[in-house]
Design a protein around this ligand. Structure first.
Ligand code: UFG
Length: 331
């Protein structure tokens, strides 16, 4: 069977492509290469450079290849950018998702797996770890744009024979343990990538955004999930939908949090390199603590984390950062 992966040239999408190929699936990637890289798509997959908002193109791809399963990763992901340019987030993440979903309905796609986010919760008002049934109060256009797509899928699945899974990611980090792909976006804002760049002198220093939070060491707490475990959750979701297990909305995280200082210390320890750490003001929009309750994905999909280990996450992230530097120096 052929599977379509939108955004398959990006960080998370490219890991999904490798997983699907490893599992013996045929893969077509649809990516407009706005932030992804053609070299991130394995040669065994077919890369189509194009836009998910091009309904004719998507319908042709789905129809000609008899595609029944779609993983949808394409989208814009920088929270502060969504605040300054909300309309492009509603276009890329909501309007174009609607076009993609319509193409899927027309072409009889039966499994649709959507890359959602913990940003749909906003600052969790209730208990932490946060459960899926918590109130949804996104605090950025990014979170709202993703939530709107979740709601479209819910309504479309009630009216058409399309089954869906929305996976709400917490903080995804690390890289393929075999070193085949990783996070390659320049000017990344994510903590672990930024710290790895500082360790390898790709940036002059590391900034810590806020040290006066009500946490044990004053910095924010996040639930960092290894990309391999996140991808395994997607693959299990595909099997679940193929086996008619029913629609699913599930958190993807480990259920425990780590502080910014703990992460930076681990990057220094694993790399054996020191770098300047500048204590800065709080970054607008950061929640104090965001941690997943992951009991639902465990019970529904039988998902079990295999890489719940900060040292391992950092080791793989650093290895990829070093490989990326070698690649960029060659080109
Ligand atoms: N941080 C720093 N310095 C940096 C980068 C980050 O101190 O250079 C801090 C942040 O202030 C925050 C923590 O590290 O406290 C994690 O920040 P990230 O930018 O790595 O991740 P976020 O938690 O802000 O965002 C992530 C995803 C979003 C998603 C959100 C959902 O990147 O896509 O989780 O909660 F929407």
């Amino acid at each position: 069977m052929t599977v379509l992966v939108t955004g398959g040239a990006g960080y998370i999408g490219s890991h999904m492509v490798w997983k699907l190929l490893d599992a013996g699936e045929r893969v077509i990637v649809l990516d407009r290469l706005s932030t992804g890289f053609d070299w991130a798509v394995p040669a065994e997959a077919k890369l189509v450079v194009g836009d998910i908002g091009d309904q004719d193109l998507v319908e042709t791809l789905l129809g000609e290849n008899e595609i029944k399963s779609v993983f949808h990763f394409a989208g814009s992901v920088v929270v502060p950018d969504s605040v300054s340019d909300p309309l492009s987030y509603y276009l890329n993440n909501t309007v174009k998702s609607r076009t993609l979903i319509e193409a899927c309905v027309h072409q009889g796609v039966s499994e649709f797996i959507f890359s959602s986010t913990a940003a749909v919760y906003g600052t969790p008002a209730e208990a932490i770890p946060v459960k899926e049934e918590a109130e949804l109060r996104p605090e950025s256009p990014y979170g709202t744009s993703k939530l709107m797509t979740e709601l479209m899928l819910r309504d479309v699945a009630a009216a058409h024979p399309l089954h869906y899974a929305c996976l709400r990611y917490f903080n995804v980090a690390g890289a393929d343990p075999l070193g085949r792909t990783g996070q390659s976006t320049p000017k990344a804002t994510h903590l672990i990538k930024a710290a790895c760049e500082a360790a390898l002198s790709k940036r002059p220093e590391m900034r810590v955004f806020g040290t006066d939070y009500p946490t044990p060491d004053g910095t924010c707490i996040r639930d960092y999930i290894h990309i391999t475990d996140l991808i395994e959750a997607h693959y299990l979701a595909l099997q679940h939908l193929r086996n008619e297990g029913g629609n699913l909305i599930a958190n993807c995280g480990y259920g425990h949090g780590l502080s910014v200082f703990e992460v930076i210390d681990m990057v220094k320890q694993v790399s054996g390199l020191d770098f300047d750490v500048v204590l800065s003001d709080r970054r607008a929009g950061d929640a104090v603590s965001v941690v997943a309750d992951s009991s639902l994905i465990k019970s529904q999909l039988g998902w079990q984390p295999g890489h719940d280990n900060l040292q391992e996450i950092v080791t793989h992230a650093l290895a990829w950062e070093a490989a990326l530097e070698r690649r960029n120096n060659k080109t």
